[in-house]
Design a protein around this ligand. Structure first.
Ligand code: C2E
Ligand code: MG
Ligand code: MG
Ligand code: MG
Length: 284
């Protein structure tokens, strides 16, 4: 009982909690309808190679516009879909759609460099059937495995570590790259960087944007550790030229953020980014 008397004293069912529960139940219901209707869309955000001033690839980010509820953020519905298990069929749709899009681009623009499509995965998707599923999607769309990357957060990897590890090793042996997402925000364990087949670390935007007092130290230390371990680093959340120059001075490989491009529908990305194809992006 004493436990319930923390800072938040009201452990009774409050109107706020009722609202939150109602919202959750509503979303859950609409999510299952949306799954059937496939009323999601993927947006793609550029990831830029800082050293060569070129596009490296894109991260696929899901968008959901519900006719009744309006636009709903993935930060709200992905955790919900994880709770209900809906993330498994949804995740399959995401993987298939991202690969299909990449295949379309490869066909339409044969002169394109081998851009890497990176797709976020949730912990619940790390099952023994995942690698065979991805393998068959890659085969169906004739995509070289090296052009697909998987993004996973630290906490996703830590839970039931041994199972997750096996699954990640299966994925790596398909030839995919594995990115550790939101690095620095979870229960960071530097040993994961060695134990898991990770090729790239994505440093969380809160550090890049200097939200914490020790941000600079973390940014610089992360780059140094990754360089020593032979890992690439992507800086997330780059919103200003100043941040970009700072990352360049600190020898970052890649960056991603609104300054370089927001997540956008495939057609807009084609229009804006593919024209830059063979030109070097000037950061000024
Ligand atoms: P994430 O994987 O870390 O994705 C990066 C998030 O940062 C995206 O938010 C992106 O729009 C946002 N972002 C990119 N550049 C900037 C910037 O310069 N400034 C700021 N403030 N934000 C920036 P989004 O699309 O709302 O997604 C949020 C999270 O939801 C993702 O974080 C990921 O954890 C999850 N998510 C999104 N799409 C998927 C998906 O297809 N599958 C799974 N499992 N999770 C997804
Ligand atoms: Mg991500
Ligand atoms: Mg991230
Ligand atoms: Mg994130």
């Amino acid at each position: 009982r004493a436990k319930l008397r923390g800072r938040n004293r009201s452990h009774y069912f409050s109107p706020d909690m009722a609202d939150a529960l109602y919202r959750k139940m509503t979303l859950r219901h609409h999510l299952s309808l949306a799954l059937e209707a496939e009323s999601f869309e993927l947006y793609y955000q550029p990831i830029v190679d800082l050293k060569h001033g070129k596009l490296k690839g894109f991260e696929a980010l899901i968008r959901w516009h519900d006719e009744v509820l309006g636009q709903i953020s993935p930060s709200e519905f992905i955790p919900l879909a994880e709770e209900t298990g809906q993330i498994v069929p949804l995740g399959r749709w995401i993987m298939k759609t991202a690969c299909k899009q990449l295949a379309k681009w490869r066909k339409r623009y044969p002169e394109l460099p081998p851009y890497i499509m990176s797709v976020n995965l949730s912990r619940a998707q790390l099952q023994s059937s995942l690698a065979p599923t991805i393998e068959s999607i890659l085969r169906r769309y004739c995509i070289p495995p090296a052009q697909l990357a998987i993004e996973l957060t630290e906490s996703a990897m830590l839970q039931e570590f041994d199972d997750a590890k096996q699954c990640l090793e299966d994925l790596a042996s398909l030839g995919l790259e594995l990115y550790l997402d939101d690095f620095g925000t979870g229960y960071s364990s530097l040993s994961q960087l060695q134990d898991l087949p990770i090729s790239t670390v994505k440093l969380d935007k809160s550090f890049v944007q200097g939200e914490h007092k020790s941000s600079q130290a973390i940014v610089e230390a992360t780059q140094a550790i990754c360089e020593k371990l032979g890992l690439k680093v992507v800086a997330e959340g780059v919103e200003t030229l100043e941040q970009l120059h700072y990352l360049q001075r600190n020898h970052f490989d890649y960056c991603q953020g609104y300054y370089l491009g927001r997540p956008m529908p495939a057609a807009i990305l084609e229009e804006r980014q593919f024209q830059l194809l063979n030109s070097v992006i000037a950061f000024e």
